[in-house]
Ligand binder design. Structure first.
Ligand SMILES: Cc1ncc(COP(=O)(O)O)c(C=O)c1O
Length: 360
């Protein structure tokens, strides 16, 4: 018999009840945390000090702007894209929810490649859409022809690709992204969370010619601001005007706003760090490739996927025992046996490689 509580829970939308909460598995305190594709570099102490001083003048009792106009203008200068076509979110994940709110109709198809950053398919389910997944090629690269066929067959309002892709680290070529944008009558979202590490041109070039293209970006990776939550979206200004009607006001608090504006004024620092992380991931990939019995995927991000002949879960535990945390990708059916490690500082990379060598 149902208790009153379970009857009550039955009134919560079934899409919500069927979902699992987004949890980062194995979250624990370790010395070398290489499991969330974060930057290993915090802001320099002098910059933090400058920000803390500036925070003293921020009135905490006053609401921030409904939408952070100054931060939007700063991002417009940084990207060279007009402010009217930019929407800032509390991390790009929050904008993904707004995409769901604006573009996903009940039972409507949404074309996505697999494997795909898990949040997207979760948002599709939560908003009642129907994911139309397209399997990768045997190399785990995007099956662009498969995606094109799915777009033509389903005529979706929305197609989403993350390029470079998390979880694989592989990028889609600019030409292939253009083919998707050409084929889609609906919107094509390109999540460029890792674009600073990608030698392929950004899909932002398509914004001028393709009003259906929407680009998602984040300051959580190259900018090292995962803890403060800033993401942004670039789209045709008319699309942004519509989206603004659906989105919550006041999502960017005053401290985050100020930090974002300050950090975007230090592009030299960001360039330096992107160069350091790019060198770090190159060295990490090459060191993994030199190891016997380790399969490594090419990467266009700040992380790399690898597998050994050991069970991924037990290897992860052994590495964690040595104070190195990586991510088990076995939750994705296509990535059984794979672990993911992100670029750390040189000493973190050494700690990881030494631990892996010990346990191989
Ligand atoms: C492809 C992709 N998109 C978005 C995000 C999250 O970005 P944010 O921290 O801005 O929410 C991640 C984080 O891992 C990611 O891998």
């Amino acid at each position: 018999m149902k208790t009153p509580e379970t009857r009550l829970l039955g009134r919560i939308r079934e899409q919500v009840r069927a979902e699992k909460p987004y949890l980062v598995p194995g979250a624990r305190r370790v010395r070398h945390k290489l499991n969330q594709n974060e930057s290993p570099y915090d802001l320099p102490p002098a910059l933090k000090e400058e920000l803390l001083q500036a925070f003293l003048d921020v009135p905490f009792n006053r609401y921030p702007d409904e939408q952070p106009a100054d931060l939007v203008r700063t991002i417009a200068r940084h990207t060279g894209y007009p402010a009217e076509g930019i929407l800032v979110g509390n991390g790009s994940n929050e904008l993904t929810h707004t995409l769901g709110l604006c573009f996903i109709r009940q039972d409507a198809p949404v074309v996505v490649p697999r494997p795909m950053f898990a949040l997207f398919e979760s948002v599709i389910r939560l908003f009642g859409g129907r994911a139309v997944p397209v399997a990768p090629l045997p190399s785990l690269a995007f099956d662009t022809d498969g995606l094109l066929s799915a777009i033509r067959a389903e005529q979706p309002d929305l197609t989403i690709v993350a390029s470079p892709n998390n979880p694989t680290g592989l990028a889609m070529s600019f030409d292939d992204i253009r083919r998707l944008a050409d084929a889609a009558d609906g919107f094509l979202v390109v999540d460029e969370a890792y674009h600073e590490f990608n030698p392929e041109p950004s899909a932002t070039r398509l914004l001028e010619t393709h009003p259906n293209v929407i680009i998602l970006r984040t300051l959580s990776k190259a900018f090292g601001l995962a803890g403060l939550r800033i993401g942004y979206l670039m789209a045709h200004p008319d699309v942004v005007t519509e989206m603004l009607k659906a989105r919550l006001p006041f999502m960017i608090d005053r401290l985050t706003d100020l930090t974002g504006q300050t950090l975007l004024g230090h592009t030299d620092l960001i360039d330096e760090r992107v160069a350091a992380m790019s060198a770090s991931i190159r060295e990490l990939s090459q060191a993994l490739e030199r190891m016997d019995g380790v399969d490594v995927l090419p990467t266009h991000t700040n992380f790399v996927l690898f597998r050994t002949d050991q069970d991924a879960g037990s290897l992860l535990e052994k590495l964690a025992g040595d104070d190195v945390l990586v991510r088990n990708m076995g939750g994705y059916p296509e990535l059984q046996g794979y672990l993911r490690v992100n670029a750390g500082t040189p000493s973190e990379n050494s700690a990881f490689l030494a631990a892996l060598t010990r346990h191989l």
